[in-house]
Each structure stands twice: as C-alpha cells, then as structure tokens.
Write a protein that binds this ligand. Structure first.
Ligand code: GUN
Length: 287
C-alpha cells in the first residue's frame, strides 16, 4: 500500500480560514481583535523567521499580532516584568515567549508567570495539568496540529495502538495525553527505548518527535499505519529531513506527513486558533 500524503499546508490553510471567521465574529461581538503578543529575545535566526511568520499569519487571520523584540542581553527581571505587563493588559489574549532564550535567561520561571488564560503556547504548568486531567484548557500548538491532522484522515483512534517517539514538553508528552483522551492505547518511546523496531511495528499510529534524522525506519512501519513526522533535521547536504525514513515508510503507511510541508505548517495555524479560543473564553469569563 502506498500512503497518501497528509498535506499540512492544505489543512493549515483550512484552519486559518476557520480562525479568520471566528476572529471576525469576535470583532463583531466585542469591538476588538483577538490580541496575540509574541516576545522574542535576542537574534536567533530561526526564531526570527518563526516570529515574523507568526506576526504575518496573525494579521492575515484578523488577529492583532504584535512582537516585542528585546536585546540579547535582556535581564531575567526585565523579561519577567514584560510578561507581567502583558498579563495585566485586557486587550491581550495570547502571550508567547519564543524559545530558546539566550543563555543567561531561564525559561521556566518566565513560562510559570504567564497567565494561564493567555497561555496560547500551552506550556505553563497549569495548561499541562489541565491536559493531564482531561479538562478544557489551552493545548500546545504542535500536538494540537497533529491531532487535527489525524482528524482529517477520518481514522478512528479509539482502541488503536498509538506510539509516540519522543517525550518533550513541547510535543511528546502532550500528544501522548491527547491520543489517550481519544481512547487510543498509547505507548511512549524515546531515545533510550529498547526494541524500537518492534514498538513501531505494532503501532496503528506513529508520532515521531524525537529529533533524530530518520531514526524510524520505513520497513518497521505496520502496513496501513498513520505516520506523523514532527522531526525537522538537516542531512549532510543541508536538506530538511524528518525523524522517519519517508520514502520507505510511505510504501507501507495509509497516511504520512512529508517533511517539510507536513506537521510544520500546522503549528502556527493552531497558535492562531488557540488565540481566538483564549479571547472567546476570556470574554465569556467576564459575564
Ligand atoms: N520554539 C520552537 N517551537 C516553539 C513553540 O512551539 N513555542 C515556543 N514558545 N517557542 C518555540
């Protein structure tokens, strides 16, 4: 069976169109646009590109996107003071502190400060706790993008075996909990897992988010499995490749995401969706 491509660009476009409609309805109801504020510290080139894309996508979707660019030598106190100011501003619905931060800064105390009602990145301990408990809350964007892509395949997750490779706070752990919430039987694998081939071979759904180029071999993939590749690695020629051996995996999978153009484009779309959700909930909470 040769797998069908799960086209992240196309699904992200659909999500952005939905966000735009919701943002317009929000504007009609409340006389303001949902506000997304992104904090970028320093000059990390990849982060600069991501942040510019977030700002542009926010504007196009009818959100009020704003970037706070701080110098690389910003102090912990100054960064925390900015987050406190953004927390206090009622016109701001979403706050995202772009990671990684420069070396002298600690991320966790900054994330801990973000008002959970504005945590559109889903990385605060409150958001993580709500997810673990299966309660409504803001979920991290990349895992939300994975779940939306699975939804688009129409594949039923209940009772299926899902394997998550990777255990990061950003992707692995939250996506495992989100699959569990859909009644999948979830296994978490990681860089120290023994017999990874056997775990992959029994999985109906594989989410690879371990950050190791082509760690998951195509021949391991179960016939008909759905494969989501969150990895973004560069090979020796500088080409972007995922955590899955794509060409071989595609021959066995029913659905598979390419790299690039798979999960990647979904992240920003889900960030915009989270911002509108946060705005709607914050306004509803005022009643
Ligand atoms: N850097 C790379 N991905 C992300 C993300 O999803 N959120 C934040 N805050 N920083 C990132």
């Amino acid at each position: 069976m040769a797998g069908q491509l799960l086209d992240g660009k196309a699904i992200a476009k659909k999500v952005r169109a939905e966000v735009k409609q919701r943002a317009e309805a929000f504007f009609e109801a409340h006389g303001r646009k949902p506000g997304l504020h992104v904090v970028l510290v320093g000059e990390d080139p990849a982060s600069q590109v991501y942040v510019r894309n977030k700002e542009r996508a926010a504007g196009k979707a009818g959100l009020d996107g704003h970037v706070h660019r701080l110098p690389a030598d910003t102090t912990q106190a100054d960064l925390e003071a900015l987050v406190a100011k953004l927390n206090a501003d009622p016109a701001i619905d979403g706050i995202l502190v772009q990671l990684p931060l420069p070396e002298q800064l600690e991320a966790q105390p900054v994330l801990d400060l973000i008002d959970p009602s504005k945590d559109v990145d889903g990385l605060t301990p409150m958001s993580a706790g709500l997810l673990m408990d299966g309660r409504p809350g803001l979920r991290p964007c990349t895992p939300s993008g994975c779940m939306r892509m699975l939804e688009e395949t129409g594949v039923e997750l209940e009772g299926k075996r899902a394997l998550v490779v990777g255990r990061s706070l950003l992707v692995g752990k939250p996506v495992a909990l989100m699959l569990l919430a859909k009644n999948a039987t979830v296994t978490m694998a990681h860089s120290r897992t023994k017999e990874l081939a056997a775990r992959v071979a029994e999985a109906d759904v594989v989410v690879a988010a371990v950050g190791r180029a082509e760690l998951v071999k195509g021949e391991w993939v179960k016939e008909g499995a759905v494969v989501l590749d969150v990895g973004i690695n560069r090979n020796e020629e500088g080409k972007l490749i995922g955590d899955v051996e794509f060409a071989a995996a595609k021959e066995r999978a029913s659905w598979i995401t390419p790299v690039p153009g798979g999960v990647g484009p979904m992240t920003i779309a889900m960030l915009l969706a989270n911002t509108v959700t946060a705005a709607e909930r914050r306004e509803a909470g005022k009643d």
